[in-house]
Every structure is written in C-alpha cells, then in structure tokens.
Ligand binder design. Sequence first.
Ligand code: NDP
Length: 402
Amino acid sequence: MAKILCVLYDDPVDGFPKSYARDDIPTLDGYPSGQTLPTPSAIDFRPGELLGSVSGELGLREFLAGLGHTFIVTSDKDGADSVFERELPGADIVISQPFWPAYLTAARIAKAPRLKLAVTAGIGSDHVDLQAASEHGLTVAEVTYSNSISVSEHVVMLILSLVRNYIPSYQWVVNGGWNIADCVSRSYDLEGMDVGTVAAGRIGTAVLRRLKPFGVKLHYTDRHRLPESVERDLDVTFHPDAESMVRVCDVVTINAPLHPETEHMFNDAMIGKMKRGSYLVNTARGKICDRDAVVRALQSGQLAGYAGDVWFPQPAPRDHPWRTMPHHGMTPHVSGTSLSAQARYAAGVREILECWFDGRPIREEYLIVDKGKLAGAGAHSYSAGNATGGSDEAERFRQQTK
Ligand code: NDP
C-alpha cells in the first residue's frame, strides 16, 4: 500500500465553509482546444466545494482510504521540523499545489527513497527540482488546462484594474471619501493600447482572445509560433523575443512557465526596455521577475503598475517588498484556485492517481517529467534544470506567524 503525502493550504481563518455563495458551478463540455476534462472513474465531492484547503483534502480521502492507502494531508511544509519533511522519507507519492507549494528540492528528493510520483494539483511544476526528479526517476505530472482559463480571466481583471486605477478608487470609498480627482489622475482607457503576452500557450492565447474585443493592438512572443490562422484571427503581431515585444507595448502580461530560461527574465535591463509608464501583469511565477527590479521600476515610474498573484517564495515573508511597493495590485496566489478550478484539478489528480495505481499510462498532456527526462507538456514548455533555488526562504513566513 502506498503512502501519499499531500500538502494543501490552510482552511479559512473562520473555519471550513458550511455553505457557499452559489449553489453550483457551470458544467463545461471540454477545454477550448478540444482536450477533454479530467476523466476519473468517480468523484467523492460536490463541484463548487472548497477542496484545495487541508479539510477539503482534494476530495480524495474516501477513494484512497478505500484502496487501503495511507493519506496524510498537511499545510506544514517548510523547515526541517515540518510535517512534510518528517513524513517525506516514507512517502511514495507527493501531491502539492503551486499556491502553497511543497518545494521538492534536490535535498528533499534525496531524503525520499520511496518517492516515485509528484503530482501538481494545478499547473506549473517549478516547485519541483525537475533536474533532480529526472535523475531520481520520478514521474512529475500536473493537471494541464485545469485552471488556464481561470488565470486568463484573472489577467484581464488585473490589466483593467491597473489601467483604470480601480484598487485605489475602491479604497477611497472604503475610507469614506469621494475623491474623484485622486482616483482618475492615474486612470486611463485600455482601448487603443498595445498589449503583449510573453508566451501564447493555453493561458496566453486565452488572454489574447479575451482582450481582442477591447479594441487593443495585440502582440506575443513564444518559443513556437502560433498557427497562421490563429495569428490572423486574433490580429496579433509575433515578436521573436521579449525584448523586441516589450519596447512597443503599454501592457505586458507574463504567461510562461518558470524554468531556467525564464527565471529573472524581467530584470532591470528588460524592464528598462519597456515604455515608461508600462503596466506589467505576472500571474505566471514570481521568480520570472527580479523582485527588487520591479520595486525600483515602480518607484521611478518606469512601471506605472504591477499586478499578479505569484511570488517567490510562497508564502511570501511578511516583509516581502511587493506587499508595500507603490501602485501594485498583488494578491496571494489565487487566480488558479477558484472553486471552479479546484473541481477540475481535484478530478484531474484523481485521474492521475487512478492511472498510476492501475498501471495505466498517465495522459501525455499531463506529464512534465517521466522516465528520466522532460516529457509530454514538460518537454514542450520547460527547459532542463532547476528553478527551486532559494525556496527554503519560505520558512520565514512560518516563523513570522508563529
Ligand atoms: P502552457 O504550457 O499551455 O503554455 C506555456 C507557454 O509558455 C508555451 O506556449 C511555451 O512555449 C511558452 N514558453 C516557455 N518558455 C518560454 C520562453 N522562454 N519564452 C517565451 N515563451 C515560453 O501553460 P499554461 O498557459 O496553461 O500556463 C503557463 C504558466 O502559467 C504555468 O506554467 C504556470 O507557471 C502559470 N500558471 C499560474 C497559475 C496561477 O494560479 N497563477 C495557474 C496555472 C498556471 P512552447 O510550448 O511553444 O515552447
């Protein structure tokens, strides 16, 4: 029997919800590419429930207990005395979410001789040292497409909120004011602006599609070019690299995975090539941006605004400068874990586990690492190497909140 170690974020401070704002969530027929939704044999949860926090258990308890497996769920993931680190040596499978990542560094993988499968409940497996995972023969899989549309909706919201200066305007109302001039002196229309995405994968393309009706000029850069028909349909301009794209954009959104090629791509030099007063929206991974370069650019006015939900490490320490920098619209990592998304990625995790236990192949599009190398979606979108360096700093949040 297997030991499955699952790291999820904490329950709400007021306790696990007893009821929800809505009674159900829409039923989808499939993903926009034609890819089918997750196909587990069954689910033991009601779509729309909170599944991503500790008590939600991704809806897996009944299924795993029924098969006689040991299922440990914890949010205590950082530091040598954490539950995660204590249980890891005996774990066969680790499940983690990017929102509250259990960093699987080379050192941790070395301490887990039984570990064979690391499942990402969501998309983005950069919290796993993919190089070490390959070398140790681990399979790494994620639930491709499960929350791509969720994130694309969030990106559109963040772009509009920055350009229109929504958050400070909301704050004036909460504080009892009616300060129209204060609100609008940084407020513009998005219409007519040049908007570019770094990467036009599932999220990037969905962002382009959603922004087209706003009457903006669209741009993208990617390692692989979109089909000509898609470029024509979206009326989007391709740029061979990020440098050439950012020079002409008013708004840049980052939608690439974090891997050695994209780590710190937005440093002082890249941000310096952007138009003065650009907006940068990053819901991909915090480490794609140089933390301090972003702060400097907001302070100098090179960037008019920065928004996103991804940080490094996660959780971000209380003194992380992005919490207090000017003109930001940061949240914790939430865009891909709406209740709607949770239902899909929880079902996808179950599908992956069912395949694993039955000895059936995991869908190619879910694979990131397999048989000692990048595989499936991972072979297409990642580059070999490791992007977990510095993740041990996540322990600081735990110490600061003790
Ligand atoms: P996809 O795999 O569909 O798209 C990723 C795209 O990035 C691919 O088109 C890939 O190119 C491109 N890419 C990779 N490296 C580069 C590079 N160096 N320069 C330009 N483009 C590059 O994934 P999704 O769109 O679904 O997700 C993208 C990322 O968003 C995830 O990896 C994750 O980090 C993040 N994410 C964040 C979430 C959140 O909650 N905030 C939730 C879900 C995802 P190609 O394949 O053509 O080589």
